[in-house]
Design a protein around this ligand. Structure first.
Ligand SMILES: [Zn+2]
Length: 462
């Protein structure tokens, strides 16, 4: 992991160091908690910043036989950190091994490998640094040349933290993104009703039919736009694009309000209608809509009962994606209502399906209007990134890609942009040195800079 880490040719090294590395970061999708940025908090120690919310590390620790007490349980911060340090040598060839050591280097100038032998010293060194001013979360972000961050927010969020960050004139733009997953989750009728009641209070709209439900949600969409939002995001197993009539959906909504169970077909009709309306609003405002497709969530009911969602019990699903995705996009496209769209898939078997689908709905209005999004979650590693970039190159135009995002809950994950950029430069470097691309470094360097920064800057209009 020296300065030429992952850069196997001279050309790749030039492309990375001279072109990719200096570019600012636009992190257009992440899960950083806006309250922590608003309050510019300090993390107490490495366990606090690394282990409290990172289900990637939790899974590795469980796999390594660590007791849950040392992962999400009651053990002390240092005991948990020690359990992580004991796990790290067993993460060889998992991206966690690279991420962990990149983060130690880039944030703390620590070049040692983390293991039980070095754990105490590294913990103490970092603990001291984390108290200092330059390690507040705002400084941690700004130090990595970040221009924009988009968080992920529920429509009910009052966005007070985003407002505070803006009012403070923080050098990094921290913008909300509209994620209405809970507003369409007809699989859980009691939770959906609770959600509707909260929405009713916030918007001061009496919600007794689908029409005022949609207007209440639309008013939140408008509110998000007023606060700088430019993107929506949806986490779905697959797109829902069933045929329905407005009357059917109105009836389904009344059943929901009466707490009556829905038939499976009614659930998917309701979801199809909601997604369609969200998409219309995104188009109207010129937002970018993102669809994260293919996660099979909460697989272990034991772990779910004990720890709740987003704690490491999710995996790659094998849902059929193509047909419903095509139908969904086509409906919007044929009405001339298709917003800029990014499709992310979690199953690598769908890479080519997604890359090909994006090409169907580009209309010449915007370069790269429909994007095949960066390798995500389980695919966010050297092999997954390489495969995504190759599928995109083979079937679409990688030159128009809007590049990397962290999708992370951790304030120290910005080196993942570096990781992506190194892999990107290495691919182009190989092609040039193999004689498959012209040996024109300036021209290729420009494309690299576009993928790392300019394409996103032009695409999102932040
Ligand atoms: Zn995400």
């Amino acid at each position: 992991m020296d300065e030429n880490f992952l850069l196997q040719t001279k050309t790749a090294q030039t492309l990375y160091h001279e072109y990719a590395a200096p570019m600012p970061i636009i992190d257009y999708h992440c899960h950083l908690p806006p309250d922590q940025i608003a309050n510019d908090i300090h993390f107490k120690n490495l366990a606090d910043i690394w282990l409290k919310g990172d289900h990637y590390k939790w899974r590795a620790m469980r796999t390594n036989g660590v007791d849950e007490d040392y992962i999400t349980g009651n053990k002390s911060d240092y005991e948990k950190f020690e359990a992580w340090a004991t796990t790290v040598p067993f993460t060889l060839r998992n991206p966690l091994y690279h991420w962990t050591h990149l983060e130690l280097r880039r944030y703390f100038d620590i070049n040692e490998l983390l293991s039980p032998k070095t754990a105490k010293k590294i913990y103490d060194d970092c603990k001291e640094k984390l108290q200092s001013k330059e390690y507040s979360v705002r400084n941690l972000i700004a130090a990595k040349n970040v221009e924009v961050i988009c968080t992920t927010d529920d429509p009910l969020d009052d966005l007070s933290h985003h407002k505070k960050i803006k009012k403070d004139n923080y050098s990094v733009k921290v913008l909300p993104a509209f994620r209405p997953d809970k507003a369409m989750n007809a699989n859980d009728i009691p939770a959906l009703n609770e959600y509707i009641s909260k929405l009713s209070i916030i918007t001061n709209i009496n919600i007794d039919n689908i029409y005022n439900y949609l207007s209440a949600l639309k008013s939140r969409h408008d509110y998000f736009a007023d606060n700088g939002c430019k993107l929506s995001d949806h986490g779905l197993e697959h797109l829902y694009a069933d045929d329905y009539t407005d009357n059917e959906v109105a009836e389904i909504f009344l059943k929901i309000r009466k707490q009556q169970p829905l038939l499976p077909g009614e659930i998917t009709k309701f979801k199809s209608a909601m997604l369609y309306h969200f998409a219309l609003w995104d188009h109207e405002k010129g937002w970018v809509q993102q669809y994260h497709l293919g996660a099979l969530r909460n697989n272990s009911s034991r772990a779910f009962r004990q720890l709740g969602p987003d704690t490491g019990g999710d995996s790659i699903g094998d849902f059929s994606q193509g047909k419903s995705l095509s139908k969904f996009l086509d409906k919007l496209d044929s009405e001339n209502k298709l917003a800029k769209t990014i499709l992310y898939n979690l199953n690598p078997a769908d890479n080519e399906v997604m890359a090909a689908m994006t090409g169907n709905f580009n209309d010449g209005s915007v370069a790269g209007k429909i994007q095949f999004g960066s390798a995500w979650w389980f695919l966010d590693q050297k092999d997954g990134i390489t495969k995504q970039l190759n599928a995109l190159s083979n079937i679409g135009l990688i030159s128009r890609m809007v590049g990397m995002l962290t999708d992370s809950r951790s304030f120290m994950s910005f080196p993942r942009h570096e990781y992506f950029r190194r892999i990107l430069c290495n691919l182009f470097g190989d092609d040039i040195e193999n004689g498959e691309l012209p040996n024109d470094i300036a021209c290729t360097g420009k494309i690299i800079q576009n993928i790392c920064y300019h394409n996103a800057k032009n695409y999102f209009n932040f």
